[in-house]
Write a protein that binds this ligand. Structure first.
Ligand code: FRU
Length: 489
């Protein structure tokens, strides 16, 4: 049995052992999952690949898992697409992307070589270079015989081959480009671009984004796309050296600007945070079937507590988000068809609560909660989720100071503050909350700000209530519970 067959046989034999999988979020059948890869709409369905280690709930030896979907709730698992079975990807098929060319699906990924498997990092022994695999049927992939297609010779001297990864391919006016994360000789992160006419022969084009040495950061998983006549560059941030571990927040950032593909320059205009939680990383986008821009992220974070041996799996994907532009910032709205999988549980209008009053909502099974608060008549309130006798997750809304505090007794007991709630908040504040078994995603004011949270605790409560700290008025309190449990197993 080769490595790919071994992985697939292992999954078939062991997948029933995975338990406690969420209701409407994508998870691996068994084992560890990180970044979304190769996100693409191909031959009538969405393909999602992912960084995958089927054998345990820890990061190791990266394969590419693979699944397809029409609606992002119901998934069809396909055989593992790539295993690290060549000399040039011996220690992992790292993150990358997909693109269709002449009816074939091309994958471009990073072949990772590290004899120490990243556990005892010795940079001088690490090589990261870019490889291609393709498929006629979107299921079976063949690696290109002359991999790597971008190797050490093609990488300009000012970059280090040990941190050169995560190619995201795009086509602009018949020319292929790919953006990549690189570490420069000052040991800091940059995003660089390569160019090709055929996806096989690549030349260095330019550096499109540089970090200040004082920021002490490395960038990962770049993405570049155009919406509403603007170019958007997305990347994930991590500390560039262990000594900056504490001072750098691992974040996912978007930069809106103008990309000139001719001269290879990117002019940044506005920058923002894609997600205010600590559980959203390495997102990847694709053009949806109706021309919309869809983004999906790994709902997890490096170094988050991952002690879920019991469940047999770890790692989830966020709900897909449709991206649009509003007043020079990025707006993200969840994109799943709730009517198909959710059923109404509550719909109350014009609710007034006095200071100290508590409104208990039915402890329905998970789902969706929408609160539309009238700003002028509301000072502050708290939404309590997953309430048990002793533990709770609280969303504290301070309308007077335009601020939300998210605190949880679950998971790594996070406390996150979001300030400057914008525009809409003048007259009303809209909170949309998706609650699944291990996650909460909060969309504020129709996706102007988003926060993702994950916690795998077994002892979570079910109760939900709203507590009025001051005068509180809701135009609407609307709730849905999960109707069907559609995740394929
Ligand atoms: C981001 C990342 C990528 C890399 C992959 C390895 O989470 O570190 O840069 O390709 O994970 O699994």
């Amino acid at each position: 049995m080769n490595k790919l067959e071994k992985a697939n046989a292992y999954i078939q034999k062991n997948k029933e052992k995975a338990t406690n999988r969420p209701s409407f979020h994508f998870t691996p059948e068994i084992g560890w999952m990180n970044d979304p890869n190769g996100f693409a709409f191909y031959k009538g369905e969405y393909h999602l690949f992912y960084q995958y280690y089927p054998y345990d709930v820890v990061w190791n030896d990266m394969h590419w898992g693979h699944a397809t979907t029409h609606d992002f709730v119901s998934w069809n698992y396909l055989p593992v697409a790539l295993a690290n079975d060549k000399i040039y990807d011996a220690n992992g098929c790292f993150s990358g992307s997909a693109i269709e060319k002449d009816g074939k699906l091309y994958l471009m990924y990073t072949g990772h070589i590290d004899p120490n498997m990243g556990f005892d990092r010795d940079e001088s022994q690490i090589i990261q270079h870019q490889c291609i695999a393709f498929s006629e049927d979107g299921v079976h992939f063949e690696k290109y015989q002359n991999n790597p297609v971008i190797g050490e010779q093609a990488l300009p001297e000012e970059y280090q081959i040990c941190d050169f990864r995560d190619p995201k391919v795009l086509e602009v006016n018949g020319v292929y480009y790919c953006v990549l994360a690189a570490r420069n000789k000052q040991r800091r992160g940059e995003i660089i671009m390569f160019q090709s006419n055929n996806l096989i022969d690549w030349v260095f084009h330019s550096s499109i984004y540089q970090t200040n040495p004082e920021e002490n950061i490395l960038l990962e998983c770049p993405d570049l796309f155009r919406i509403d006549n603007k170019d958007v560059l997305v990347f994930s941030v991590m500390p560039c050296e262990p000594e900056y571990k504490e001072e750098v927040i691992q974040n996912t950032i978007y930069v809106i600007g103008e990309m000139d593909y001719e001269d290879g320059s990117f002019k940044p205009e506005n920058k923002g945070v894609l997600d205010y939680g600590y559980a959203f990383y390495a997102p990847q986008s694709t053009e949806g079937k109706n021309g919309e821009r869809l983004l999906i992220g790994w709902m997890h974070r490096w170094h988050q507590t991952t002690s879920q041996k019991d469940y047999g799996f770890i790692g989830m994907m966020s709900l897909p988000r449709i991206l649009t532009m509003k007043d020079g910032t990025l707006v993200q709205q969840p994109s799943i068809d709730r009517t198909k999988y959710f059923k109404p549980a509550i719909n109350l209008e014009d609710i007034q609560l006095n200071e100290g009053e508590v409104m208990d909502l039915p402890a329905e099974e998970l789902g969706y909660l929408r609160l539309h608060a009238a700003s002028l008549h509301t000072t502050s309130f708290t939404v309590e989720l997953n309430k048990s006798e002793t533990k709770v997750t609280r969303i504290e809304v301070d309308m007077e100071n335009n601020r939300i505090l998210f605190v949880s007794d679950y998971g790594s007991q996070e406390s996150i503050t979001i300030t400057d709630l914008s525009h809409g908040s003048k007259e009303s504040l809209l909170l949309e909350i998706f609650i699944d078994l291990h996650s909460i995603e909060l969309f504020i004011n129709s996706g102007e700000k988003v926060l993702s949270f994950t916690a795998y605790d077994q002892d979570k409560g079910n109760n939900i209530s709203i507590l009025a700290q001051g005068k509180t008025e809701f135009k609407q309190v609307f709730m849905e519970s999960v109707n069907v449990h559609p995740i394929s197993t």
